[in-house]
Write a protein that binds this ligand. Sequence first.
Ligand code: TZP
Ligand code: MG
Length: 223
Amino acid sequence: KETADARFSRRLAERLRLYFVMGSVNCRQDPVLTLEAAIRGGITAFQYREKGRGALTGDDREQLGVKLRELCRAHNVLFMVNDDVELALRLEADGVHVGQEDEAAAIVRRRMPAGILGVSAHDVLEAEEAVRCGADYLGVGPMYMTRTKPDIREVRGPGVIRDIRASGLSLPIVGIGGIEQGRAEAVVRAGADGVAVISAIAQAEEPRQAAERLLTECSPKFA
Ligand code: TZP
Ligand code: MG
């Protein structure tokens, strides 16, 4: 019989199939319109990641967050916040995603006991550490070269996900980094439950179509 933890992981994995990550600086058009289009295209999860040059701060950052949060709530799309536990709590986010450089995952876990905790991991050791800290899912990357995040680690490809799966880890995993049209399938085949993308949707001429195509590529029949 499936344990409660296993059921939670299985359901979370389903909700992480197509995970759109963005903030205002990533978008070609109004971020609210971009998210609306992405939702129409079938994204299952969203992460508000308002950072980088020209990013909104203070009240502006929070007010955009409120709008994006409402959209996700109205369409039953998982809503996560990057890095900032306080903002996540104020926005009543479903959870927080933290990197290796951010506030230690274990501390975030204690401050947001009921929320979903996502942690970035780059290799098997970081993945194991994230599990010990109470991560609910892992973001693994960069899968491919990306221009969206300047401070990425070495590109190691979908093989890292294969290695992490081979180590016995069963938590949900999303691949991230440079996942464009035509690359999602390889990431899912390597053992990911889904893909996380910024520019493939936010920079697309037609974010809705871009999301639709990515969703098809990472559907379970290809895994
Ligand atoms: N973490 C690792 S790579 C990356 C993040 C946030 C950027 C992903 O952006 P894109 O445009 O999908 O390559
Ligand atoms: Mg971070």
